[in-house]
Design a protein around this ligand. Structure first.
Ligand SMILES: *Cc1c(COP(=O)(O)O)cnc(C)c1O
Length: 373
């Protein structure tokens, strides 16, 4: 028997009649673009995380681009991103004409390292760039250390965009991601903690002016109406059908976050003697987009991965390369002391099957396979 890495079918089975009805209602009213479910979902999404405004868009990558556009990024601006993340975090920066500067990550949280950020800012200034904003990532579902990072950003006159594609509504010191930064973005790609049945994303802010700009940029830079274009924008809306599906999924999201805690706890209790299990600092609650072990070295990681594979247990390597080693980002600036953690983690990490419907017996089988590997 092979275990699924993420079991979307279990959730679908649970929500099936509600989702069928939700889709049927959209087919009946026919408002496929910006229909009533979009506004309703945006309202519930904002209230879920404690943000004043949530705006749906086509995917999590566009959400980042819309955030940069609304903040007014320009050529010659430096945008600081972690080197150990999904490519989308960095990709949007050259797309809007700005310069990526890579920052290293912390070994235990996998998130942006404040000391490395300071060094990267000094370098960017020396290179004649204007420090514009930082984009910390809530990697694997754990919030970045926003107090430390926002303080450094403010000292340098910078804005903060939280990339919470993997961490939507994770808790940082009593508050949920979505409400912590100038702008926060998320993705509803099906495998994310809150996923839809296609592509989708959202942008969050407490600033009404920024929200109005994001609303304009996502519809071709619209002015008072759709055919009076005040600025050059893009076409990036959340489909009404996806919003209708997401309303159903959001209604069980809090419960699913709880279930993910149980699964993560069971893994950690059973595996922590043998492996370095994920570190969750005091005051944080992860939404566990991934449950990721850190091994001593690549030989051990590859051996464990192969043994799991042979026993029908799928594991994944997020991410096999730091971004600065990829061809697309080869010329980018980086922390002058190097990005050593971002360079060694790809050889050491191993993500295990993780979803809210992972049953204890199945999980125990996975655990046995790993302990025997
Ligand atoms: C998935 C992801 C994105 C992009 O989201 P899409 O909806 O796939 O465009 C951005 N950043 C991170 C960290 C992600 O994991």
């Amino acid at each position: 028997m092979t275990v699924p890495f993420i079991d979307l079918a279990a959730q679908q089975e649970r929500l099936q009649p509600n989702i069928d009805n939700a889709i049927k209602r959209v087919l009946e009213h026919g408002g496929f673009i910006m229909g009533p479910e979009v506004a309703q979902f945006e309202k519930e999404l904002a209230s879920f995380c404690g943000a004043k405004h949530a705006l749906g868009c086509a995917n999590g990558t566009d959400a980042l681009q819309l955030a940069l556009m609304a903040l007014g990024v320009e050529a010659g601006d430096a945008v600081f991103v972690p080197a150990f993340t999904f490519a989308a975090t960095a990709e949007v920066v050259p797309l809007v004409g700005a310069s990526v500067v890579f920052v290293d990550v912390d070994e235990r949280t996998f998130n942006m390292d404040p000391q490395s950020l300071k060094r990267a800012i000094a370098l960017a200034k020396d290179e004649g760039l204007r420090p514009f904003c930082i984009i910390p990532v809530d990697l694997f579902g754990l919030s970045a250390d926003y107090d430390a990072l926002i303080a450094i950003a403010r000292e340098n006159g910078m804005k903060v965009i939280g990339d919470s594609a993997q961490g939507f509504a994770a808790i940082y010191k009593g508050r949920r991601t979505g409400s912590l930064c100038d702008v926060t973005t998320t993705s509803f790609f099906p495998a994310k903690p809150l996923g839809c049945y296609g592509d989708g994303g959202a942008v969050f802010t407490d600033d009404a002016e920024l929200a109005a700009l994001i609303d304009s940029y996502r519809v071709h830079g619209k002015g008072t109406d759709k055919y009076s274009n005040d600025r050059v924008g893009i076409n990036s809306r959340l489909d009404t059908i996806q919003a209708a599906i997401l309303l159903e999924k959001l209604s069980i999201y809090a419960e699913e976050i709880e279930a993910r805690q149980r699964v993560a706890k069971r893994y950690s209790e059973a595996l922590s003697e043998r492996f370095a299990t994920p570190y969750v600092p005091e005051g944080y609650v992860s939404v566990w987009a991934q449950y990721t072990l850190t091994m001593e070295n690549a030989e051990e990681r590859d051996r464990v991965k192969a043994a799991a594979q042979a026993a029908g247990v799928p594991t994944m390597i997020y991410y096999p390369s730091p971004l600065h080693k990829l061809k697309a980002y080869a010329g980018a600036l980086a922390d002058p002391q190097g990005l050593s953690m971002s360079e060694t983690l790809p050889g050491r990490v191993l993500s295990l099957p993780m979803h809210p419907y992972l049953e204890a017996e199945v999980q125990d089988r996975i655990i046995r396979v790993l302990l025997n590997a």
